[in-house]
Design a protein around this ligand. Sequence first.
Ligand code: GMT
Length: 377
Amino acid sequence: MNRPLKIGITCYPSLGGSGVVATELGKLLAEKGHEIHFITHSMPFRLGKFHRNVYYHEVEVSDYYVFRYPPYDLSLASKMHQVAKLQQLDLLHVHYAVPHAICAYLAKQMSGDQLKVVTTLHGTDITVLAQDVSLKDIIRLGIRSSDAVTAVSQDLIRETRELLDIVEPIDLTYNFVDKRVYYPRDCTDLRGDFAEPHEKVLMHISNFRPVKRTADVVDIFARVSSKIPCKLLLVGEGPDMPRIQAKIDAMGLSHRVHYLGKQDDVAQVISLADLMLLPSEKESFGLVALEAMACGVPTIGSQAGGIPELVVNGETGFLSPIGRTDEMAANALKLLTDPKLYADFREACLQRARTEFCNDRITAQYENIYYRVLGLD
Ligand code: GMT
């Protein structure tokens, strides 16, 4: 049994799968006896109530009048150093390369080499930002100067190597769900608010950005609802939402669609669904497909990025080439009209989520990485 660690965690606290994973990881590590210090610009939104061994340090940014752009990155780096010194942190675990890996690098310069840095890549920090010439070299510096780098799928590792010429090792650490939170919830009462007993429920959850291809969600639903009675539940908010609402209206589907907006209790919401739709253009992992899998809900989606590492085509869902909404709709209908097939998929989902992507397994992988970089393995 190795000693408990003091770990600083930095993430985007207010949005996205990366913030969710970082916050859940911090809470789980704290339960295992490690001391966790979140260093972020606001309280991580999944942190919730008071947790033993969890501390929160807010980064304050100078708004001195000469600054056209307030220097958040420098304030974060200073705060990381201050917290590391005061709390005698063993390491900083930063989620998302920009600017967090660079800030951790600066903090390490201030604190000394004993402060180790672990960087987790989540996707768009590489697939989008590493293609931006104004950021590419500094992202490479952040990655190369980290003591360990992890990525949430093999596909993301491949892309990081290709885009940034990284030859150093990158650990694969898949995302996870807490099995005490993500399981099929009883929705007997609630489901009636959204669908009649004979209707199927299709769901999409995202930030409604172009990369999610939410227009494809509507196309798939239109095809399915032309064949069987069903409802579409849209969860989340984002820039494409007005366009999607207009498309739904124009297709005469408004009476079949419910807009739930942003929701916190995702496991409860997902348990309302029969199918999750994830036809993304790009997805380094696709956390929502895992959340659905853990609630026994198969995913119909695209073969983009890391999704095939998570959703086993023909076992826990069906995957098609990006944009093939005809095939996706046909697969949805196949599952929704065959109760035996659906029951098999549901069981396979629960099994896979509880084993391959279970919190105990992935948390232990991160701990092994921490002990390794500290020379305590
Ligand atoms: O695009 C999003 O959904 C948000 C983004 C983020 O930074 O949180 O998600 C990325 O990280 C998630 C957690 O690791 C992954 O599940 C998503 O697949 C990934 N998004 C993309 O690759 C587009």
